[in-house]
Design a protein around this ligand. Structure first.
Ligand SMILES: [Zn+2]
Length: 532
């Protein structure tokens, strides 16, 4: 099916705008002027009426399935107290009386006005003691469960906690707080009941929600191969790729351990028959925690809690082994690294497989939050990819100076420096940690303000990026991250017919008004998948 779009302000790539383009059988075939368009015969004509068109947004790191499951959870993002958490969960239960396990997500004790502490089993028992409750902190690295869940899972001193995880105790009594790897271990245990078909349904729903934000591609970390529930998740994605998908997914794949990874390589890494919508991408490693929970691995103890410098989820030796095995098998690596010591460890590992500053497998670091300038230079020298989430500034700008001090804060979240050093810097959301609303993320990168427009002038404003840089980071740079730069991220002939029509001209709007921009229409593979 052929479609001709004309009378637009179409951003093809940096410094290249046209008025018209033609899409046939899912691919762009022509770009040019309105006059050129008169020669493209046949097909449906869409009059853009002067509106701005950009390539479909590509979120370079998020957790799509968790986002989908989030729709079926109590939303605790706006809970301002422990009392609020209890109230919101009780309301959720009243609305969903068939709930077998109550899930909640998004709480943050820093926002609590009654007591700024992690939730315990005793808090959650005020919601219910009849059904199990599992509520995850906003960062995903800490979760709390109620007494019923503790009873069902027999969480006590004898529980076999996965390495890199920790179970909280008050004296000898489990207090219901789960840290780091234990969070996914328990999620795996209780998530086993979801079938591939359930998961496929959740994916189709969340794909439509992403399309409404202008997102046409994501790199997503959902598949925990080798973990409980992992098989059903993989089956869900394999069903999704045959269900008229509207969102292209590149998997950042987590493996339980090195043995599982090795076994999978022997079996064959890729299982997809529709890789343009369900692509088996890099392995995803996870080597430290989050800044909010003070589990990001730092060279020095935390400024506001000198008793800790964070958690080492994988040792240097373990990281090296994964990176080596990936490299020997031609598989890309992307690694979660937030604290400066965590980032050092990742760079050490990557440099063992990359020589002469070349990085042919495009190994990258996800988050790259707490950095000094030397580390950014080291990344540039070794062509390490930077996969960042400017939307994190919304929350982190309020805590980063307390956590790590002013000096280090001033060189952290250094998106402009990354761009100037020539790092391939792609943007994403890490949703559901933050919402995947692209326009809000671009606002954070361009204005360095939170979503309430604080502070005036921006947080370390030297690190503001231009609008075109932000758009590129969400399109062409994300495509490079998944080796798809010749097919995604630009609106040139031969590229996918994936694009977004915006309500206003994002290139000329006053930057303070970016968040007013709406997504008017989204196309994937030349099909309209969303219309406002
Ligand atoms: Zn993530």
């Amino acid at each position: 099916m052929k479609k001709i779009l004309k009378n637009g302000n179409i951003f093809v790539e940096r410094d290249h705008f046209v008025s018209a383009l033609c899409i046939e059988d899912g691919f762009i075939t022509h770009v040019g002027s309105n006059e050129d368009a008169t020669k493209w015969i046949g097909g449906e004509v869409i009059d853009l009426m002067g509106k701005t068109v950009v390539p479909g947004f590509n979120d370079s790191h998020m957790h799509l399935l968790s986002c989908g499951l989030f729709l079926q959870k109590a939303d605790l993002n706006n809970a301002n107290s422990i009392v609020d958490v209890v109230k919101i969960c009780k309301e959720f239960l009243a609305k969903h009386p068939d709930t077998k396990i109550l899930y909640g997500r998004g709480w943050n004790q820093d926002y609590f006005t009654d007591e700024k502490r992690l939730l315990t089993r005793w808090d959650l028992d005020k919601i219910t003691t009849n059904i199990p409750v599992f509520v995850t902190r906003t960062c995903g690295h800490v979760a709390s469960v109620n007494s019923k869940m503790i009873e069902i899972l027999h969480l006590d001193k004898s529980f076999d906690v996965a390495s890199g995880g920790e179970l909280g105790f008050d004296g000898d009594v489990c207090n219901g707080i789960l840290y780091e790897k234990l969070v996914s271990q328990i999620e795996g245990l209780i998530g086993e009941s979801l079938t591939g078909q359930d998961i496929c349904k959740v994916l189709c729903e969340i794909a439509a929600t992403a399309n409404a934000c202008g997102i046409t591609s994501v790199s997503s970390n959902d598949m925990p191969i080798g973990s409980p529930g992992g098989d059903a998740i993989e089956e869900g994605f394999l069903l999704y790729e045959k269900s008229n998908p509207t969102l292209r997914i590149n998997h950042q794949i987590s493996f339980l351990d090195l043995e599982t990874f090795n076994k999978r390589i022997e079996e064959g890494y890729n299982k997809s028959t529709n890789p343009s919508f369900n692509r088996y991408g890099p392995i995803k490693l996870f080597i430290d925690g989050s800044l909010g929970a003070r589990t990001a691995l730092m060279r020095m103890p935390y400024n506001d809690d000198p008793s800790t410098n964070g958690s080492e989820v994988l040792t240097q030796e373990e990281i090296n082994s994964f990176v080596k095995m990936a490299s020997e098998n031609g598989i890309q690596c992307v690694t979660h690294g937030i604290g400066n010591l965590g980032i050092d460890n990742i760079l050490n590992a990557y440099e063992t497989v990359n020589t002469d500053g070349e990085n042919p497998l495009r190994n990258g670091i996800i988050h790259v939050q707490i950095t000094d300038i030397g580390q950014l230079h080291r990344m540039a020298k070794n062509k390490i990819l930077s996969i960042v989430q400017p939307i994190f500034l919304h929350y982190d700008m309020h805590i980063v100076e307390d956590r790590v001090g002013k000096e280090l804060a001033s060189t952290s979240y250094a998106f402009k420096t990354m761009k100037d050093l020539g790092l391939n810097t792609s943007y994403g959301s890490d949703s559901p940690v933050e919402s995947f609303n692209v326009i809000n993320c671009i606002h954070c990168a361009v204005n360095r303000q939170d979503l309430k427009f604080y502070p005036d002038g921006g947080f370390y404003p030297d690190e503001k990026v231009s609008i075109v840089d932000a758009i590129e980071a969400y399109t062409a740079k994300s495509a490079y991250t998944s080796f798809e730069e010749n097919i995604k991220g630009k609106l040139l002939p031969g590229y996918y017919g994936d694009l977004v029509v915006l309500s206003d001209n994002i290139f000329t709007i006053e930057s303070k008004n970016i968040t007013d921009i709406k997504v008017d229409m989204t196309m994937v593979n030349g099909n309209v998948v969303y219309k406002r």
